[in-house]
Design a protein around this ligand. Structure first.
Ligand SMILES: [Zn+2]
Length: 328
């Protein structure tokens, strides 16, 4: 069957690793998911990336050795050699690690690594909800809150560190962020920060079913699915904490829009995709009072490639027309 070239794509998140095998038309032939290991540091993570890729190849019935290449979207700052630095949301990941080289040796095929959020933004721009836009802001609402930018049809990465919308300050001297600073959007909207906030509220005697749901489902963290379930149940604390996150997202995204005036805002990430369009529209409503030109808000959409968008985007790093940003 595999006369057409096939490519691997892996999205490395703080909670899960999602791998896909795609064909030349970016169609997903097979996929696999594994939890991100919480111990073992970078070598442990790379071993699981390889395992997830093997699982996806098996699901696609494609021989791993026939893959033309594997792209990885990773948190952190990535250099041209595929060395990852500053991936603070990965457990035990400090300093720099030669991810591309290590994974290429493990899988015996070419590997390219890009920033997870940037590759997911480019996937939406080329294949997803932002196909008709020349400028967009991708906001990935998950363990943290990441951002990706396309301006006038070209990805904008600044000096390598652009797009950190999660660290827009939305409250001066506000809540402590995972980055060590205060008042960042992520300190209110990142799932890790939200979980800590809920734990503190429970210590103060507030009631919630969030942790009960977590134990029932055999999880160790409040995943997007658990948040969604708690909201469906009308859990008051979950509703309040999500509303606090939505307000922070509204303020931070609107501030970015005031600066950049993009045509579209794409809401992705684990929580963004799981909660879907009703919450994307609530974020749009929360943006509205902060928009300087409030008569002409940008369109706000949920990432169309959904949960697989990051992995499909990563495959674009190695697929034929590769990392080109221009649309044909
Ligand atoms: Zn921060």
């Amino acid at each position: 069957m595999a006369a057409m070239p096939t490519y691997g794509g892996i999205d490395l998140g703080g909670t899960k690793i999602q791998a896909v095998v795609v064909d030349d038309d970016h169609e997903v032939l097979g996929s696999a998911r594994r939890p991100t290991p919480t111990s073992g540091g970078p070598p442990g993570v790379v071993a699981e990336l390889a395992a997830a890729m093997r699982d996806a190849a098996r699901a696609a019935e494609v021989d791993l050795t026939l893959l033309a290449g594997v792209g990885v979207g990773s948190p952190g700052t990535i250099d041209d050699a595929g060395t990852v630095s500053g991936a603070g949301n990965l457990p035990g990941w400090e300093g720099s690690f030669a991810m591309a080289k290590t994974l290429a040796a493990e899988l015996a095929c070419p590997v390219r690594v890009g920033n997870d959020v940037q590759v997911a933004t480019e996937a939406e721009f080329r294949l997803g909800a932002a196909r008709s836009y020349a400028s967009l802001l991708g906001v990935f609402w998950g363990t943290g809150v990441g951002g990706g930018l396309i301006l006038a049809g070209v990805p904008w990465t600044g000096r390598g560190g652009a797009g950190e919308i999660g660290h827009m300050v939305v409250v001066l001297d506000g809540a402590r962020c995972t980055c060590g600073r205060r008042g960042c959007m992520e300190a209110y909207a990142g799932r890790a920060a939200m979980e800590e906030h809920v734990a503190r509220q429970v210590d103060k005697g507030r009631r919630t079913d969030l942790f009960k749901l977590m134990h029932e489902r055999g999880r160790t963290r409040l995943t997007s699915g658990i948040w969604a379930r708690a909201l469906e149940h009308g859990d008051k604390l979950a509703i309040a904490v999500i509303e606090r996150a939505v307000q922070a997202l509204g303020a931070g995204i609107a501030s970015a829009v005031n600066l950049l005036d993009v045509e579209g805002v794409i809401i992705g990430g684990g929580l963004g995709v799981r909660l879907g369009d009703p919450y994307a529209q609530r974020i749009a409503a929360a943006m509205q009072p902060h928009l300087f030109i409030d008569s002409r808000p940008p369109n706000v959409h949920v990432a169309e490639l959904g949960d697989l968008g990051g992995a499909i985007g990563a495959s674009l790093l190695v697929a034929g027309d590769g990392h080109r940003s221009a649309r044909s």
